[in-house]
Design a protein around this ligand. Structure first.
Ligand code: SAM
Length: 323
């Protein structure tokens, strides 16, 4: 199939998966179309079309009338799987889908689409967190990706000399948990907005300290290593300069800053997933993805003397800056 025809069709594949996950197809297998339609109260013909499409895109197999999950859908698309990505699928379907619909306008105006798609004005996280449910969908969605990436982000550099690791905007705590898994004699802290911290406590179950605060407005809790995982890509260069200057000032000499982000190749030709993520940042934040050289320049401008970067082969790469 030529590239253009393939891309005309590509969004249909995504939406097929979103609809099936949202309807709970992957939680209901093995099943027949008739049994599933009865359970969902859905139309039998349309349910059969959806299940057959899922077979065609390799999310289900069919044996006679019975549909079963593939290994990937069983691991990532069942709600009760420890590696579930259903939170991110729902966030993609219910939020990103509507924002991406206005990508052309985002490119014309250079700004996110919350006002256009949802009529929302104000700080961006007030949109992600409009309701308790939307906050949970967003953060548990990121948690799924975090579970895939955080052990590799923590293992990418030698962090064994650090005693107190503070993850700024640490969300559900997957990075802080990966840090204490690898360095059980050190302490990890998640610092996040007050309305997020109850969810952090629930997800981390006493294994890390949880502190409420605003990293732009409040004093940072003391640390010899800070982390910013999928934080810098939310903000423009001015806010990043402010935040990095604050982190630098709070660190002792020799202290570290671990940045977890997808890195664009320095020649700006890939990887594809990082460029797709960069457009996604355009439609929902003030930021974008950056290359290792760009993160290095930002860290050096804040005063960091050494900057090391490592690709991890997971949805987050790892940059370590040393004061
Ligand atoms: N670090 C987590 C991860 O990698 O999954 C979450 C990343 S999420 C894109 C951004 C996080 O920053 C959210 O948990 C959000 O609550 C937090 N955040 C946003 N603005 C903040 C602020 N001003 N102070 C502290 N945390 C903030």
């Amino acid at each position: 199939m030529n590239r253009v025809v393939h891309l005309i069709e590509a969004f249909r594949h995504s939406k097929t998966m979103f609809a099936a996950a949202k309807l709970g197809v992957f939680d209901a297998t093995p099943t027949t179309a008739a049994a599933l339609a009865m359970r969902l109260g859905s139309d039998v013909r349309a349910t059969t079309l959806l299940l057959d499409a899922c077979v065609a895109i390799e999310l289900l197999t069919r044996d006679g009338d019975t549909y079963r999950n593939t290994a990937d859908s069983d691991e990532y698309l069942r709600r009760d799987s420890p590696h579930t990505l259903v939170g991110y699928v729902l966030y993609s379907s219910d939020v990103l889908w509507q924002l991406w619909a206005h990508l052309d306008d985002a490119v014309r105006e250079g700004t996110h689409r919350w006002p256009q798609a949802f009529g929302m004005e104000g700080p961006i996280f007030s949109h992600f967190f409009k309701t308790e449910e939307s906050m949970r969908t967003f953060l548990t969605g990121l948690h799924g990706f975090g579970m895939l990436a955080s052990p590799s982000v923590i293992a990418a550099h030698d962090l064994s000399r650090f005693r107190r690791f503070v993850d700024l905007g640490g969300g559900t705590g997957h990075l802080a948990l990966s840090f204490v898994d690898r360095h059980p004699n050190a302490t990890a802290v998640v610092f996040d907005l007050p309305r997020v911290i109850p969810l952090t406590r629930e997800m981390t179950r006493g294994r890390v300290e949880c502190i409420e605060g605003d990293f732009f407005a409040d004093e940072l809790p003391p640390a010899d290593c800070y982390a910013l995982s999928r934080i810098l890509h939310d903000w423009n260069d001015d806010k990043i300069h402010r935040l990095l200057a604050k982190v630098f000032a709070a660190l002792p000499a020799g202290g570290g800053l671990l940045i977890g982000e997808m890195l664009l190749d320095d020649d700006r030709r890939g990887p594809v997933s990082a460029f797709m993520q960069s457009l996604s940042m355009l439609i929902c934040t003030e930021g974008q993805e950056r290359s290792a050289a760009e993160y290095e320049a930002l860290c050096r401008a804040a005063g960091f003397r050494e900057v090391h970067e490592k690709k991890t082969g997971t949805p987050s790469d790892a940059v370590l800056a040393i004061k």
